[in-house]
Ligand binder design. Structure first.
Ligand SMILES: CC(C)(COP(=O)(O)OP(=O)(O)OC[C@H]1O[C@@H](n2cnc3c(N)ncnc32)[C@H](O)[C@@H]1OP(=O)(O)O)[C@@H](O)C(=O)NCCC(=O)NCCS
Length: 177
């Protein structure tokens, strides 16, 4: 199913096979990948291709909804909802370092939260970030997420345990912009 989300500056669209090289370029940056605790490390073009190849199946089975984020014809990142179960899902995002600091992740996350509550009918969205990633926490808090816990968890790229903060946003608490 093709679903495109348009925001003021961005288009969120389905990934295609031709995004793999750009994805690999973005994820080859240590400052990006070190924050993605489940990401295969190091990034390879093959694992980016495999990740993209499974997206349409995940979407059709209702397991995960992943959007490529495009700004001025350039794919700058990804925002997704995965771990779907019992009306819940998990929000995630990663962006090219060249695009940081311009509000793009906030804008894309807002659109995907609206999609998840309004179109998927979720009642609860969870998320989390490493304790040394305050920008991610700030994005979540702007959307109305509340921090609900912290834990020690394995980071694949870092090859070490990290402190992770967990967040939740209930649909009725969502402060729609
Ligand atoms: C985290 C990430 C998605 C942020 O992307 P971005 O497009 O720069 O985010 P935005 O500009 O929308 O918002 C970042 C917010 O955090 C704030 N911020 C930035 N650095 C900060 C810091 N060190 N401490 C607190 N807040 C910070 C910014 O000021 C901004 O808030 P504002 O809109 O109120 O000014 C991006 O850095 C990234 O892709 N990092 C690598 C992957 C990653 O961390 N993914 C999330 C895993 S949990």
């Amino acid at each position: 199913m093709e679903r495109i989300l348009d925001t003021a500056r961005l288009q969120l669209r389905q990934f295609t096979a031709s995004d793999a090289e750009r994805m690999h370029e973005i994820k080859s940056n240590w400052n990006v990948i070190r924050m993605l605790r489940l990401a295969p490390y190091p990034s390879t073009l093959d694992n980016c291709r495999e990740w993209i190849a499974q997206i349409s199946g995940e979407w059709e089975r209702g397991e995960a909804y992943r959007f490529a984020v495009v700004h001025k014809n350039t794919m700058i990142g990804c925002t997704d909802i995965d771990e779907l179960r019992e009306g819940r899902g998990e929000l995630g995002y990663w962006f090219d370092q060249m695009s940081w600091g311009r509000g793009f992740a906030s804008e894309a996350a807002e659109a995907v939260v609206a999609f998840a509550f309004d179109e998927l009918g979720l009642t609860l969205i969870e998320s989390g970030h490493a304790s040394d990633n305050p920008a991610s926490g700030h994005i979540l808090e702007k959307l109305g997420f509340r921090r609900i816990g912290e834990s020690t968890i394995w980071s694949n790229p870092r090859g070490a345990e990290i402190e992770q903060y967990s967040y939740a946003l209930h649909r009725e608490k969502w402060d729609r912009q």
